[in-house]
Each structure stands twice: as structure tokens, then as C-alpha cells.
Design a protein around this ligand. Structure first.
Ligand code: C2E
Ligand code: CA
Ligand code: CA
Ligand code: CA
Length: 278
């Protein structure tokens, strides 16, 4: 019995060792990626539903891994958050976005507003506000051209979160509640906060055209957004029926595969150039 127990323990040890090894490899490679510019922004339009015009672009990070190809954020953003290099990742994404906006300004005469995802864990960093403001100033970018999307998680002290976001908003940066309705986000957390937009998670958007109870939930979310003077943006719009329903419900903007999948900078520039709305 004793030797059997030890055998099991050894197998567990092996598994933990393998997992620890994989984490360490990811860690080493991700730090290398940050140092060597392997991260890249993809962009996905947010469409104004009243006019059909482009309202903003969301920057979605990708990792061009030398062996594994293009990796989605799920594969490395959570790790970056855990080991405390998410601030560095954000700084690189922001720099790339601001540089790209400069190029669009040169090409089209204006900067499409870009939404950048911010991990709630970063909001504790006192460096965040000056870093964002310095980066905007260095590019001569009007703060209105930047939107920060924050998912509520309950991890971050309310006063810190409110203070950081309020200060950025005071300087003209827009702030959106991301993935509304999931995780720890709740109605009470919206009150007294000053947000500009509320993004309805795609788990709520799906099926509103065919399911009345789902429609009711989204209708209520849009009403909530409007009563707080926030723009309502629906994520995950994949078909015309959903779009028609969102228009009927008075949703302000939408984002989803119906219009575009996230695309690299070159394809996004072509999309902007070909757009009749510019
Ligand atoms: P998110 O902020 O909710 O971003 C929307 C996600 O939904 C994106 O996945 C996008 O590709 C996907 N999506 C867009 N339209 C549709 C649709 O019509 N149908 C479906 N099924 N999906 C759609 P992606 O790019 O894989 O990003 C996943 C998450 O990773 C993001 O979710 C965001 O939370 C996080 N993320 C992405 N970039 C960054 C970043 O730079 N920093 C941080 N902290 N997180 C990021
Ligand atoms: Ca987002
Ligand atoms: Ca989202
Ligand atoms: Ca989402």
C-alpha cells in the first residue's frame, strides 16, 4: 500500500512538474515576445446602428508566436495578469494603437477612436494615469480618440477603480464597462460611477431575435444604459435578424462578425479606405 501511495504521489508530482514547466515556458516566451515586438493589434469596428457608420475600433491583441502561429488573447492575457506583466502589455498595445492612429490621420485626415482593453488589475497601478496621458501627449492625440474598456471583476477596490477612471475621464478619455452582465459586474457597481458606454456581453446578444426572454434582458440593459446616460453597445452581432432587433430596441452601437472579424492593421486600413462613410 505504501509503495502504491508513493506511485500516485509521483504521478501527481510529474503532472504538477509538467504544468509548472509549461507555465515557465509560457512566461519566458511571453517576456521575450514583449521585448521583441511579437505582439500585434487586430482591430474590429463598432458600428453606429442609427447611421451605419463606423463609431470606433476595438484593439484586440494577438501574439505572433514564432512556432505556434497567431495566438488569441485567451492563451496569454490571463498569464500576463497573474504574473504582473499586464501593465507592460497594455503599454505596448497603447503605443501601437497611437502609432496606428497617427498613420490613419495621415491617410484619412482623422483618427478613428480606438477602444483599448484594460485589465482591472492594472487600475491599482498609480503609474497608469500619467502613462496614458504622456502617451497621448507624445502623439498629439486628442484624448477623445481613446476609449478604455474595463471589465468589472470585484478584484479591485472600488475607490481605486473609481478614482483612476474618473481622473482619466476628467482628461477626456472615454471609459466603457466591458462584458456587462457577466462576472461580478452588477447594477449597483454602475451607480455613482461615471462611464461613457456599456458593452452588452455577447452571451446576452445571442438569440434575441428568436427568444423573447433574451430580448427582454437586453431591452432592460439598454434601458439601464440610457437611464445612466451611457451608450449601449452590443457585442457579438452575427446576423441581420439580431441587428434588426437591436435597432428596434434602440441600441446605439454593435460589434460582431456580421460586419467584420478582427483584422490586422493593413486590412483594417483597407476597410477604412473602402468604407463609404468616411
Ligand atoms: P472582449 O473584450 O469581450 O472582446 C470581444 C471578443 O469577442 C474578441 O475576442 C472578438 O474577436 C470576439 N468577437 C467579436 N465579434 C464576435 C462575434 O460576432 N461572434 C463571436 N463569437 N465573437 C466575436 P478575442 O479577440 O479573442 O479577445 C478575447 C478577450 O481577450 C477580449 O474579450 C478581452 O477581454 C481580452 N483582450 C483582448 N485584447 C486585450 C488587451 O489588449 N488587453 C487585455 N487586458 N485584454 C485583452
Ligand atoms: Ca473589450
Ligand atoms: Ca467585451
Ligand atoms: Ca465579451
Amino acid at each position: 500500500a505504501k509503495s502504491g501511495g508513493r506511485g500516485r504521489a509521483e504521478r501527481f508530482d510529474d503532472r504538477y512538474a509538467a504544468e509548472a514547466g509549461a507555465r515557465l515556458k509560457l512566461d519566458t516566451e511571453l517576456r521575450h515576445a514583449l521585448a521583441n515586438g511579437e505582439l500585434e493589434c487586430f482591430y474590429q469596428p463598432e458600428i453606429d446602428l442609427a447611421t451605419g457608420r463606423l463609431y470606433a475600433l476595438e484593439a484586440l491583441v494577438r501574439w505572433r508566436h514564432p512556432e505556434r502561429g497567431l495566438l488569441a488573447p485567451d492563451e496569454f492575457v490571463p498569464h500576463a495578469e497573474t504574473v504582473g506583466i499586464i501593465g507592460q502589455l497594455f503599454e505596448q498595445v497603447l503605443a501601437e494603437v497611437l502609432t496606428q492612429q497617427d498613420a490613419w490621420y495621415d491617410a484619412f485626415g482623422w483618427r478613428p477612436p480606438v477602444a483599448v482593453n484594460v485589465s482591472p488589475r492594472q487600475l491599482n497601478a498609480s503609474r497608469l494615469v500619467p502613462m496614458v496621458l504622456d502617451a497621448l501627449a507624445a502623439h498629439g492625440t486628442p484624448p477623445e480618440a481613446l476609449i478604455l474598456e474595463v471589465t468589472e471583476t470585484g478584484l479591485v477596490d472600488d475607490t481605486v477603480m473609481t478614482g483612476t477612471l474618473a481622473e482619466l475621464r476628467r482628461h477626456g478619455v472615454a471609459v466603457a464597462v466591458d462584458d456587462f452582465g457577466t462576472g461580478y459586474s452588477s447594477v449597483s457597481r454602475l451607480a455613482g460611477r461615471h462611464w461613457d458606454a456599456l458593452k452588452i456581453d455577447r452571451s446576452f446578444t445571442a438569440g434575441i431575435a428568436t427568444d423573447e426572454s433574451r430580448e427582454g434582458v437586453v431591452r432592460a440593459m439598454i434601458a439601464l444604459a440610457h437611464s445612466l446616460k451611457l451608450r449601449a453597445i452590443a457585442e457579438g452581432v452575427e446576423d441581420e435578424a439580431t441587428l434588426a432587433k437591436l435597432r428596434e430596441l434602440g441600441c446605439d452601437a454593435g460589434q460582431g462578425y456580421l460586419w467584420n472579424r478582427p483584422a490586422g492593421a493593413a486590412a483594417t486600413t483597407e476597410m477604412i479606405a473602402a468604407s463609404p462613410h468616411w
